[in-house]
Design a protein around this ligand. Sequence first.
Ligand SMILES: [Zn+2]
Length: 513
Amino acid sequence: MGASNADEELRLLDDVLRSLPPAAVNDLLTLRLCPQCILRLFGKYGPIYTHYSRISTVLAEVVQHQPSSDDPLLKESANEDGICSVCFGILQFICVDEKQTLVNKGCASDFAALIYELARKDGHQADSLSLEVSIPPIIVENENAVRLSMKQKYSSEDWFQEMLQSEFISVKDALKLSITEPLETLLGVKSGSSSFRVRLTYTSSEMPMKTDNGKENNQGSKKRKIGRRSEITDTEVHLKQCSDSLQEIKSFRPLEKISACSLEVLCSSTPIYIGGRYLKYSRNVSQSRWIIDDERMGEASVEEIVGTSILPLCKGDNYKFHAAGREDIDVRMLGSGRPFLLEIQNPRMLPSELSLKEMETKINSLEGKLVKVKNLKVVDEQGWTLMREGEAEKQKQYAALVWISRQLEDKDLVTISSLKDLKLLQRTPVRVLHRRSPLEREKIIHSMSIEKMSGSTQYFLLHLCTQAGTYIKEFVHGDLGRTYPSLGSILGCRVEILQLDVTDVKMDCFLTE
Ligand SMILES: [Zn+2]
């Protein structure tokens, strides 16, 4: 901005300030409102009103020839700290930080720098910004009370009627308006609906006053969530209601000792999701962390191997592992793997394609090689939907090592491979009855085949393609008749399952990089 523009701006500011009604300005100064709050009450808000010292000077000039209030209450309680009696310092950028230190930043850009520093320390790399502000109810009450006092005294004046027409800017909106731009500049991003949130929570030890009739006068605070428009309407309604029963209302009196609000700054990011597929080569690794009576089941879990590796890459606070279905701890997961999503909570950074590729290599070369991952990539919420939708419809392929109580005959191979889309009734398996409700489900075995093993007539490999959710172990041994038909009932002998592998999960999800 050129010098002449700046001069022009200051001239404009002076004109606005000098047009304000001196008596009312004097009242507000006497009530110890900060310049920002005074201007807000007159509906003046914008970039030109950020020249705080100029405003203070000119406002003092405006009221120079006005006698100061003789109200002894106001005189005695002169506020040494100069903290505004309405916004409690919020619009003066005065607050008490988390170390209980009084912070006085004086201007919006210095205050924005403070917030920026906190976000940077927390390690966030923002690509946009969403700013949220929460203020204590007492401040809303202060605002209402001051406006009411003005109405009581000046409602017949033209400027007051004019003021009612202009948009009232709340402390919350005024703070947002003043710090958003400097914060955008510092972070190098634009604000809007963002995955990166900065939340400023102001709290005060002061509680909203009770009015004489005992009704709590905090109408504004109950409706904190409402938008600016309806807040205005509410205040108008409130003012009208108040004027109808003036006797019951206390006009605004500043507190004797005003303490700055405590400020908590919380920076957070919405979760990101890393999709991929995992393979599990161990019969002693569970899908999720599995602890019974403080004792770990199995030597590790897919969840922990994948989660603890990827979490530091995104600099997140925590992770959640979601998979499309599950296999038992003693079942290997082979073939193209099982789709999963890793949810990273409060991530500080979005991993690059390259870093995910490197992470894949790192996980796949971990000692023991219990678990492998593939096709890792950052996915949006649609990835979630895709996985959940696919899960219900998917088909799964298995290979089971099976023993039968008699010799395997060639006609068994024909019998088994001729069965297509075989319908089963499965009652909840005995082994999961303690955690699943007893139900009867119909499931389908799409196809089966027997692969003979050389040198054995009672052991063979059974390949199956089934509907999702079929209990394979139970289909093989029959589960005391709870699954029917079963391989045992079809072959007419006793059948046991020794080992099981998932050889494929037929889903399109995360199948490619
Ligand atoms: Zn103020």
